[in-house]
Write a protein that binds this ligand. Structure first.
Ligand SMILES: *Cc1c(COP(=O)(O)O)cnc(C)c1O
Length: 394
């Protein structure tokens, strides 16, 4: 059971690194096509959400893969994320939506990025920048239909759409979209979903009465894309589902026709025997139950593994699952191999922290459950010290 190493992953992932996040771009493509089929059933397209470095999977590689698989739009939260995509040569429409005061509108307008206005003051700043640059800004207006986070409240919406119509008439902006975001789409049947759709309908009607003719109207994140066809409008905006993870509690990726794209793995850095009753790692919150062997894994919370995985996270070594023994440290953790002969693992053996689950390895969902968080957070927080290695780059 000691030779289950790099050969279990596709070629390209075999370098003897400390640790790596292997990202399967074929899975990203297949998941994008799956979302595309679902959206096409309502006549909608796909905006692939690649914010936060594509939820930790690598923004540029995943944006390319999603576009190859038919996503017509890309979406990022931050303006610098959108500019990063343009700098990498990605063409076609890109939406950004979380702007500080100041935009940076000039750079975004010049890069042809669709910007988002949540308020009249932002639209005014955008129009001034566009006037100065002598080219119209592509602007999308965001309605707060009930999430209570970004976007314009219904009582301020009329002012915003009328201002936008005036700016369009003046030639400084082109309103390319009207959009919103759900609070509880991951709880199908939650009463806020109906209320938000109703409010979105009113926001669209008011924009229409003001004379705006947006190219795209959109509100559906992954859970709404998967469960709520009446929310598809012109575009769905999946993030998590593109990376093959399920946004719905108690529904697996396979049940949704999705495949997890990320496998996080490391190599055993040390194997040593230890006597019964030996304390393990900071605080000695774990003691060996018997004579055993301990394996040291060179990944820690600085790499994004939650410290709350101490004593509860599971990893896969040599064909079976083992639990994190003691505290998750900044750079490393220990696994109790429960093997006094120290034959269960050797230095250099593969440790799978999470993956699609095919081989019996833990999944990002298992890590989320064990540590009291969401699969979203598990993949997104994998840090920059962990190189991304791409496979399925056909
Ligand atoms: C993150 C985000 C999405 C994607 O959400 P998922 O649940 O990952 O599909 C879509 N729209 C907005 C505004 C977002 O912030």
């Amino acid at each position: 059971m000691t030779d289950q190493t790099a050969n279990d992953l596709p070629p390209g992932a075999g370098a003897p690194l400390r640790a790596e996040a292997v990202v399967d771009l074929d899975a990203v493509r297949a998941n994008t096509r799956r979302l595309g089929q679902i959206a096409a059933g309502s006549g909608a397209g796909v905006m692939a959400i690649v914010k936060a470095d594509a939820y930790g999977h690598g923004a540029v590689a995943c944006a390319r893969a999603a576009k190859e698989a038919g996503a017509g739009w890309l979406g990022t939260a931050l303006p610098e994320e959108a500019l990063q995509l343009r700098a990498a040569g990605l063409t076609g429409p890109i939406l950004a939506w979380l702007h500080p005061a100041g935009g940076p509108w000039d750079a975004l307008i010049e890069a042809g990025v669709d910007v988002t206005a949540y308020a009249s003051w932002a639209l005014e700043e955008i129009a001034v920048a566009a006037q100065r640059l002598g080219r119209p800004a592509r602007v999308q207006l965001k309605a707060d239909t009930g999430l209570g986070r970004g976007g314009t409240q219904p009582h301020d919406w009329l002012e915003l759409v009328e201002l936008a119509a005036k700016a369009e008439a003046a030639g400084t902006v082109k309103v390319t979209g009207v959009w919103s975001h759900f609070a509880c789409a991951d709880e199908p049947g939650h009463p806020s979903i109906r209320a938000q759709l109703e409010s979105f309908g009113q926001a669209l009607a008011a924009a229409d009465r003001a004379g705006l003719r947006p190219e795209v109207r959109h509100i559906a994140n992954s859970p709404a894309a998967l469960t709520l066809p009446e929310a598809h409008f012109d575009l769905v905006r999946p993030g998590l589902a593109l990376y093959g993870l399920s946004p719905l509690p108690d529904v697996t990726p396979a049940e949704l026709g999705l495949r997890p794209a990320m496998t996080l793995r490391a190599r055993v850095a040390l194997v040593k025997t230890a006597p019964a009753g030996h304390g393990v790692s900071y605080g000695h919150i774990y003691h060996t139950a018997a004579d055993t062997a301990l394996a040291l894994v060179p990944l820690g919370y600085a790499d994004g593994l939650p410290r709350s995985s101490s004593n509860v996270g599971e990893v896969f070594i040599g064909g079976r699952r083992h639990r994190v023994a003691g505290r998750m440290a900044m750079d490393q953790f220990v696994v109790d191999l429960e093997d006094p002969a120290a034959e269960a693992a050797r230095v250099g053996d593969e440790v799978v922290i999470f993956g699609p689950g095919d081989r019996g390895e833990p999944t990002a969902d298992d890590w989320a459950r064990a540590t009291g968080t969401l699969n979203y957070e598990i993949v997104t927080r994998i840090g920059p010290r962990v190189p991304r290695v791409y496979v399925g780059n056909s």
